[in-house]
Ligand binder design. Sequence first.
Ligand code: M6R
Length: 604
Amino acid sequence: MCGIIGYTGRGDALSRVTAGLCALEYRGYDSAGAAFFCGGDVNVIKTAGRIAELIKLTKEIDSSPNCAIGHTRWATHGAPTKTNAHPHKYGRVTLVHNGIIENHAELKAAVGAHPISETDSEIAAACIDAIFSECGDPLLSVRRACDGFSGSFAIGVMFDCFPGMIYAAKNKSPLIVGISKSGNYIASDVAAIISETDTYIELCDGDVCMISPDRCVIIDKRSEEVKRSAAVANVVADDIGLCGYDHFMKKEIAQEPEAIRKTLLRRMSDGAVSFCGDGLSDEYLSGIEKLTVVACGTAYHAGLWAKHYIEKTCRIPVDVVIASEYIYGDPLTRSGDTVIFISQSGETADTLSALELASSRGAMTIAVVNVKTSSIARRADVAVFTEAGPEIAVASTKAYTVQCAVMTALGARIAYAKGILDTHGLRSVSRALTGDLCDAINDVIAREAGISAAAKRYHKSDDVYFIGRGADVCACLEASLKLKEISYVHSEAYAAGELKHGTISLITDGTPVIALVGDEKTSDKMMNAIREVAARGADVFAVCRRDFPRDEAIKTRFELPACSDDVLAIAAQTVFQLFAYHTAKLRGCDVDKPRNLAKSVTVE
Ligand code: M6R
């Protein structure tokens, strides 16, 4: 989603702002812009293109401003044009915004604004300008204007007559203040400032602040000055650099085994995984009689995997709901229920709203989340952190694998708490996750050449079908999403038994069908499905167990590593991630920044 950065201090502000925008590129954007003080006025430059275009524009500026704000826009209100790009200047106010001001139409009428763009953000600038005309105080103008905004927002503001000052506010969208020796920053996240400083202040919802080169003043909802403590980011420049890889996606796939181990080994006691340290005692877990899992996209698929594993192991019902459906579906959540929210970013607006709804109904909320400082981590009753490290590529890979591993471990611990698994059983699942699974993923990565060869065979196809059974269906759904999002190939995933109920009519000569056969129990049925599609001309790529028979219906074969059946479908996902990666590369797609997508979807 949109990225915000601002700097005021010694040295060139514009180069810091554009460097910060480059670091925020991973969030996804379609236009970019910056504003800076020059000769006592605020000047704006923007482009409907990439940040490289913006950097070219900054080279044409002959001064070296030391206060600037910058923005990457992911269009919500209005097309991705130069006019709609941020910053927006209205009267004496220049503003960048991430989020949605839901009541922009009423606000526009109330202040009689005449915007030139189609954005809600320009209306926000008009509101601040109108209030500033009355009170003349920039901090209070931002405060009062924000009090009238509904929706989620993080904003950065400059006033014509206050050079060297940046004002900022946030509600439900992330925003931090960065503190460095040369000056101060505002930013959407730490990645934007980490090359300059690791010290930052996390703003709370409702905060409004002013930064100057050597000061940071924060006021809360009651307009009272508050102190927020500074933190040191545990991100190092390597975490957000390519480190020799061509793409972040490739680097992040390679990090999967390390991320799983890092997440689970710290929860291991006497060879068995435990969530006591997270605040989930065995006593609590033993009382869980049903679970609801809520998430979006890839995290939702991790939820489907969890359903499969937990229902099988704990024999309790698990509902998995897409967050945006949960919010508006009047869910049956009641006081005493346990609802788990899975999110990499911890900022996904749909998931956050769902969490608030579940909380308001008295449910115990558990977040399985990768970003410790995120809104979802803060709002949940219990946060179980995944230790995947920063995930920069828009396509989620290592975060998914770790989410699946954590949910498996949690399921095993629930089964243990309920007396279904004994210590030996729990230790064996723990070993399968931290040993077998990691080795299997490394084995898949070592045989990447076989996967890229398959991508070469299939990359020109416009429609691809994934089929599987049981847990393999969850993996197929995620495989299909990955292929769609980065290679723009239309693809669908089906339970193999469903094909004959409709979809098989789409299979014609040469249609690629990718069959995942990880589940031993249904191997025979999968062979039947493979023969059925092959008989109708399908070009079948089997990603299968080693013991799956060879058959002339299978044109391409990739054997899964020997691995505990409990976790094989998780390891299979690495095959599909690499398949999507190579397909996207062969099709000339921007692997890490696919069109129209944002890394963290902070609007509903
Ligand atoms: O940050 P979250 O895990 O909450 O994000 C949820 C989805 O937006 C995300 O998984 C999305 O589907 C990814 N681009 C998939 O690769």
